[in-house]
Design a protein around this ligand. Structure first.
Ligand SMILES: [Zn+2]
Length: 144
């Protein structure tokens, strides 16, 4: 869903359009935003996270915008497809404390009618779980 446009006035994306979730919420996009808004070009992503957790408004705002973009993107998918449940996990959810409330608030605000009843579950999982899951899928493919 990285290239769902959630903000027509948003930043240009490498795919050629503007306001994609990825252009706002990828690690690079968040870091670029924090660097620009704080004037701290020396920051790495961990530094940006630390600054946001320490309460720096500019850094915090970059994570808030990212969470909002993710929530709107998920809501657009749910409104279109109507799944029973959405589980969000993977890279970046180690910053769940910075993104989570913004994801859930934007999701709730942008789902409508029956889609609004679709539960959104945020599950921060370590990479080992991904590896284990991939191994299971491989084994199932070999031994159906
Ligand atoms: Zn894009």
């Amino acid at each position: 869903m990285g290239h769902i446009s959630v903000d027509p006035a948003g930043p240009r994306c490498h795919c050629g359009t503007v306001g994609c979730v990825e252009a706002i919420a990828s690690t690079k996009a968040i870091l670029d935003s924090v660097r620009r808004d704080t004037g701290r070009s020396d920051l790495d992503f961990d530094g940006a996270v630390r600054l946001a957790r320490e309460g720096d408004r500019a850094a915090w705002g970059a994570f808030a915008r990212a969470g909002h973009a993710i929530g709107v993107g998920i809501a657009n998918l749910v409104n279109l497809v109507g799944p029973e449940r959405v589980v969000v996990t993977g890279e970046g959810l180690d910053t769940y404390d910075l993104l989570g409330v913004h994801i859930t608030e934007a999701y709730a605000a942008h789902c409508f009618k029956a889609a609004a009843r679709c539960p959104l579950v945020l599950r921060p999982l370590p990479w080992e779980v991904w590896a284990r899951s991939a191994a299971v899928i491989g084994i199932q493919a070999l031994f159906p």
